[in-house]
Design a binder for this molecule. Sequence first.
Ligand code: BDR
Ligand code: CA
Length: 313
Amino acid sequence: MGDSFPVWMDCDTGTDDAVALLALHALECTEIIGISTVSGNSTLDDSFRNTRGLKRLIGADYPVYRGAAKPLMMREKVHATEVHGKNGLGDVELEQPESPEASDIPAWDALYEAAVKLEGNLRLITTAPLTNIATAFMKYPKLPSMLHTILIMGGATQEGNCTPCAEFNIYADPEAAQIVLKAGAPIVLCPLDATEKVMLTAEDMDELAACGNEAGRVIRDVLQKPLEFHKKLHDPGVQMHDSCPVLYLAYPELFDTEEAGVVVETKGGITLGKTVTDLYSDKQFDFKNALVCLDVDEKEFIKRLKELIKSIK
Ligand code: BDR
Ligand code: CA
């Protein structure tokens, strides 16, 4: 493993999850130990199949696990197929690996086993509703203290993207998010404040498609559906939310951060899933449970993200 960080990624692949996973694969300072999948942008089956398709695309050998098919409590499932397409991957169907996964143990057990083996060194990146991670924390109460860091894409200190208050990953399973946030693990939170600022434009997508590797071409193809969605909102491109925790791991200097107390609203009607922080109030919580990314050097971020994708063999 040398000097690289062992990393676990939990995702709901997902058009921007796909870019994040490919960027993580390309980073020289990381070694992917395992990937777990969860219901989110589309169904668990779609997340699992899309993630396995990416694994075949890049010839990777890390294990992919299935996790939760629905939220922790008796909540309705929420998907984001209007952004990510019916199959979650912009309606692009990727060829599957020839062999099935070697193990079909659930995501939470596999994550725990990896954390035990890696003795405090495992970095966990989450780019999806936090159902798998909350399930793991409830089953293995020592797990939060066994992780080096959790880097979470989720939340918003201002307005949301799923409701006026809430960001999608938190809204889709607010109880799970609250369990993870209060578990006592070292957390880096990447909310919409930073993640909405980093966008790949149509020109960036064409540039990636022309770079000569399959990853670049697939990224251009899967991002066409979200590009249509964002055009309707007059956005200049597609937001690369899920690449934020990945790039934070390698290039934290690109982000402005602040320690904060963060709590998820789990009872409210209109405010369900809101990440309430004490960042802008005179009234402070009596804890600081996350380092929150509030801003990012957008130009440098996109430059490095494109370099990573182009470097994939
Ligand atoms: C988050 O929601 C999902 O739709 C994206 O993949 C990202 O993880 C952004 O709110
Ligand atoms: Ca995602």
